[in-house]
Design a protein around this ligand. Structure first.
Ligand code: PGA
Length: 255
């Protein structure tokens, strides 16, 4: 099996951007332009935009994701949102372990793992983010860091559940910096992630997993990044906030 068995997945990660009104405008503009996309198209949006996003994309091929979820089904966790709540609304995906959550909100591999398990149990498809810091790359420990994240974040996730997991490789130094990893660097780490998955599960299971690249992917560099064997799509921040740019990346993935 090779790339031809995996469908490319382009997901926007809006972060803390767009009010519900703006979400409606952006999704209404993008939906008709991606209707013939030959890849999966997802918009991961702030919690308050989810209802509007689901309504606006009804009958289109844009799927909706959240940007985080809690691991408990319900309980005394003021301010949190559970995977069960998201699923009942019609949310299909959830971004977990994003480096901004690791950096600013105390996210650890243990909590990423708990959230991943909860998301899968409730029927959401997690987009699990991993990536090294610049310091870690400079110290030549990128593979150690990535292997550790993959092993811990997916601890106790079964081979059957793995079919619903997307991995996003996002080198932290490339996020929101305009500094994209080269296509070779992206390929190298995405291939390493697949090798790690093959060791943890089976080579066949690893071949089926969609591995995205994320970090300053845009309409000008998407073609080259997506041409690489193990880069199956993108998790797009800044460029997903502008319909034309996001649509251009979806088109690059549809080739
Ligand atoms: P960026 O963000 O495309 O703005 O670098 C990517 C991400 O954080 O998912």
């Amino acid at each position: 099996m090779n790339k031809s068995v995996r469908k490319a997945v382009i997901a926007g990660n809006w972060k803390m951007n767009k009010t519900p009104k703006e979400a409606k405008e952006l999704l209404s503009a993008a939906a008709p332009l991606v209707k013939d996309a030959d890849c999966e198209v997802i918009a991961c949006v702030p919690f308050v935009d989810l209802q509007t996003a689901i309504e606006t994309t009804q009958g289109t091929n844009i799927k909706i994701g959240a940007e985080n979820c809690h691991w408990a089904e319900s309980g005394a966790f003021t301010g949190e949102i559970s995977a069960v709540m998201l699923k009942e609304m019609g949310v299909e995906y959830v971004v977990l372990g994003h480096s901004e959550r690791r950096q600013y909100f105390g996210e650890t591999d243990e909590t990423v793992n708990k959230r991943t398990k909860a998301a899968l149990a409730s029927g959401l498809k997690p987009i699990v983010c991993v990536g090294e810091l610049l310091w870690e790359r400079d110290c030549n420990i990128t593979e150690e860091v990535i292997a550790r994240q993959i092993k811990l974040d997916l601890w106790d996730v079964t081979e059957e559940e793995l079919k619903n997991v997307i991995i996003a490789y996002e080198p932290v130094w490339a996020i929101g910096t305009g500094k994209t990893a080269t296509a070779e660097q992206a390929q190298e780490v995405c291939a390493f992630i697949r090798k790690t998955l093959a060791q943890l599960y089976t080579p066949a299971a690893a071949q089926g997993v969609t591995i995205q690249y994320g970090g300053s992917m845009n309409d000008s560099n998407a073609d080259e990044l997506l041409s690489k064997e193990d880069v199956d799509g993108g998790l797009i921040g800044g460029a997903s906030l502008v319909a034309e740019k996001f649509v251009a990346i979806v088109k690059a993935a549809s080739k």
